[in-house]
Ligand binder design. Structure first.
Ligand code: MN
Length: 253
């Protein structure tokens, strides 16, 4: 009675680590993942599992064997050494072990043609893992930019994002432009080889990328997991991700 014939796709969500900063557990480390990511996958019909941060490459590859889709969550800045730069004075906290773990995760998943959805830091991590680079802070861009760290509720769109015609993302939204939330202080500088831009804000900041080979490897600079409740279009996005994972399940088994 406890076996399941369900073929709903299993989505691995990369986790982070937080340190308890009060009480009797002060200083203890905990696996950390925003509950919004979990809810977004469940409402779209996927089965979420949390992938804790581990070191062994072999073990990370075995984790990838278990999943039908990979979602990279937001968080720390990527260590700029991974794209050949020294730390700028406006770089924020980094976590090298997480960068290493997620780099193995995305490369292994891409090799197995497992769909990937990278959110915020997740987009940046994908770009760096495939050879691209980042502006360590948006002020490194010599230009008057829009507000990308919004002060309003994160379930509300803040700035406009124009979608590139003919991309997977444009097909999902079926719109020329959308409004997204925005909670980032970095952005893509050099785009990774094999990727194309699918979304930009009006000040020219890259807000989304996808792999050119039509495999579902998608990175978004905003946080759709905070918008799906209030926004039907965002639910379509998660549904499309789960559908891509589902297709793989059907073709595989
Ligand atoms: Mn933005």
């Amino acid at each position: 009675m406890f076996s399941s014939s369900s073929k709903f796709p299993i989505i691995g969500i990369s986790a982070s680590i937080c340190t308890i900063d009060t009480g009797s557990l002060l200083g203890r480390e905990r696996v950390f993942i925003g509950q919004d990511y979990i809810k977004a996958i469940i409402q779209a019909g996927g089965i979420p599992i949390v992938l804790p941060l581990i070191e062994s490459e072999d073990s990370i590859c075995r984790q990838v064997d278990l999943i039908d889709g990979l979602m990279l969550s937001g968080g720390y800045d990527v260590d700029p050494h991974f794209y050949g730069e020294e730390p700028h004075h406006l770089l924020e906290a980094t976590y090298r072990e997480r960068d290493l773990c997620e780099t193995v995760l995305v490369r292994a998943a891409a090799q197995k043609k497992i769909p990937i959805l990278g959110i915020c830091r997740g987009l940046q991590l994908i770009n760096v893992a495939f050879g691209g680079s980042l502006y360590q802070d948006l002020t490194c861009i010599d230009k008057d930019l829009l507000q990308h760290r919004q002060k309003t509720n994160l379930h509300e769109g803040a700035h406009t994002v124009d979608l590139e015609k003919g991309t997977i993302l444009e097909k999902i939204y079926n719109q020329e432009s959308i409004r997204t939330n925005s909670l980032h202080h970095q952005s893509i500088k050099k785009l990774a080889e094999g990727f194309k831009i699918n979304a930009k804000s009006r000040d020219g900041i890259i807000e989304g990328i996808e792999k050119m080979d039509q495999s579902f490897i998608l990175g978004l600079q905003w946080h759709p997991e905070l918008m799906f409740d209030a926004d039907a279009q965002t639910r379509t996005l998660f549904r499309a991700f789960i559908d891509a994972c589902q297709t793989r399940v059907i073709n595989d088994k």
